[in-house]
Design a protein around this ligand. Sequence first.
Ligand code: FES
Ligand code: FES
Length: 162
Amino acid sequence: MSEPTTSRTVTVTINGTMVEREVATSKLLVHFLRDDLDLTGTHIGCDTGNCGACTVQVGGEAVKSCMMLAVQADGLDVTTVEGLAGDSGVLTPLQRSFGEHHALQCGYCTPGMLMSATALLEHTPHPTEDEVKVALQGNICRCTGYWNIVEAVVAAGKSGSA
Ligand code: FES
Ligand code: FES
């Protein structure tokens, strides 16, 4: 006999918009974002907390959303990669820097990289290479060799904003 699914109503502010949903207490935040809210910019690479493709910001901190239940985000602000450019659609300096420095190839890791790097730049506006490497150590990229990503983040810091 299968266990009954329990659910709870959660209220989360996603990319500046408050949403209220009934959600299974066992549902991961990444599945809530992708399946319930259609925010598919947040990727799933491993589902085990290793790759960082699912990184979002929760309460201003970079969080791997496959390591957190949706109900744990109740009452909190969540920002996904879709929220970086905002309603205007104008890319952030960091997003532009990724393009300018060829910091993506297939792009699978890119949302997670951007979210981790954005959190870094909010806390440390002008990071050194070493600080960028530490901040991105939980994000795996199988394409770029990482150097262009580090360069893009350092350059965004030098330009003065995320
Ligand atoms: S999908 Fe979350 S860390 Fe890989
Ligand atoms: S650009 Fe392909 S995994 Fe990073």
